[in-house]
Design a protein around this ligand. Structure first.
Ligand SMILES: Cc1ncc(COP(=O)(O)O)c(C=O)c1O
Length: 341
């Protein structure tokens, strides 16, 4: 039975497995000094834009966020983020532990920061008694399944830069956002003023591979030591890099994201008119958020795997993956409509 819990539940795309097999010949230099890593870096640079100064690989999304953010933060800084941000609620306190920073988490209606919500947060700058905000961190697509347009990102980048701060993007689901908006990854990153970018791959068909992209040379000078001491440096880096070669060849990133996103739209169309279900967010990527009667959720979860997002309101998250099929969606929707009445 296909799960609707998380895109992390999905298997590895066969083209990714094949690229790992292709990489599995001969000896190659370790720790990223190999030709496969170089090829993957060039493909990432093409995808995100020429201004990508430093590109490195890590094992997971938390590692990408933390090591990327460490390039610009000191223990007296604070990071502005949405209260729903993965760095705030799903990284086990890693930002606090590894960066020593304060997170200024802001409530949002839809998982997205806006200049209006945060522009008053740079206060007491220069005051030694107060932590100093120097990063805005946004997630694309957001933890609530919504997406930032290039213009919205640019507005936040401008705000950050006006305040001598940086814009970080957690792009764990960047492909879903770019596909949904019909834009390139560069449109959402280098062209929109992002400084630090976690380029996610795992949720979009890779086995376990993420990249950290720094759009400014000066940010990267300590990155090798930041990554090594954060235990995110892979000796056999070629196998991580090979996954990105697959992702960025033959448009696999867009094909996978399109499948996940369009299956979410199909599921939405099958359940949104059910009067017992209240869709709570715009479905702009591969996740639907909706409130159901908790008794119905319990019944449905006997057969289907999905997360309760908010125990208090009964909100659930239904997430599609690169391998979700129309048949999976139709079966799930049938059960939802049978039980939720
Ligand atoms: C928004 C977001 N960022 C980052 C991550 C990366 O997490 P992990 O460290 O488990 O790879 C996830 C995974 O669920 C996520 O949803």
């Amino acid at each position: 039975m296909k799960a609707f819990a998380s895109d992390n539940y999905a298997p590895i795309h066969p083209e990714v497995i094949q690229e790992i097999i292709n990489a599995n010949v001969d000896h190659q230099k370790a720790y990223g000094d190999d030709s496969i890593t170089q090829k993957a870096i060039e493909l990432i640079r093409t995808a995100v834009g020429d201004s990508a100064a430093i590109i490195n690989f890590v094992f997971n999304g938390t590692g990408a966020n933390i090591t990327g953010l460490q390039t610009v933060t000191n223990t007296w800084n604070s990071i502005i983020c949405a209260s729903t941000a993965h760095i705030n609620v799903d990284e086990g306190g890693a930002p606090e532990k590894h960066l020593g920073v304060k997170l200024l988490d802001v409530s949002t209606p839809d998982g997205k920061l806006t200049p209006e919500l945060i522009s008053n947060l740079w206060v007491r700058m220069g005051d030694q008694h107060t932590s100093q905000p120097n990063v805005i961190s946004i997630t694309q697509s957001s933890e609530m399944g919504t997406v930032y347009t290039p213009g919205e990102i640019k507005a936040l980048a401008d705000l950050a830069h006006q305040n001598n701060s940086f814009l970080h993007m957690d792009g764990a689901r960047i492909s879903n956002a770019a596909q949904s908006l019909g834009v390139s990854i560069a449109d959402l990153t280098s062209k929109a003023g992002v400084d630090i970018f976690s380029f996610g791959g795992t949720k979009n068909g890779l086995m376990g591979a993420e990249a950290v992209v720094l759009f400014n040379n000066s940010l990267g000078k300590n990155y090798p030591w930041i990554r090594k001491s954060a235990m995110q440096l892979a000796s056999k880096n070629r196998y991580i890099a090979a996954q990105f070669i697959a992702l960025l060849s033959n448009d696999l990133w867009r094909r996978n994201a399109k499948q996940a996103n369009s299956m979410a739209q199909l599921l939405l169309s099958k359940i949104e008119n059910n009067p017992k279900i209240k869709v709570t967010q715009k479905t702009q990527s591969n996740a639907i958020f909706a409130i159901m009667d908790p008794a119905h959720t319990v019944e449905l979860q006997k057969k289907h795997n999905f997360y309760v997002w908010n125990d208090v309101t009964g909100e659930v998250r239904l997430m599609c993956s690169w391998d979700t099929t129309e048949e999976d969606v139709i079966n799930f929707a049938q059960d939802i409509n049978l039980i939720c009445k």
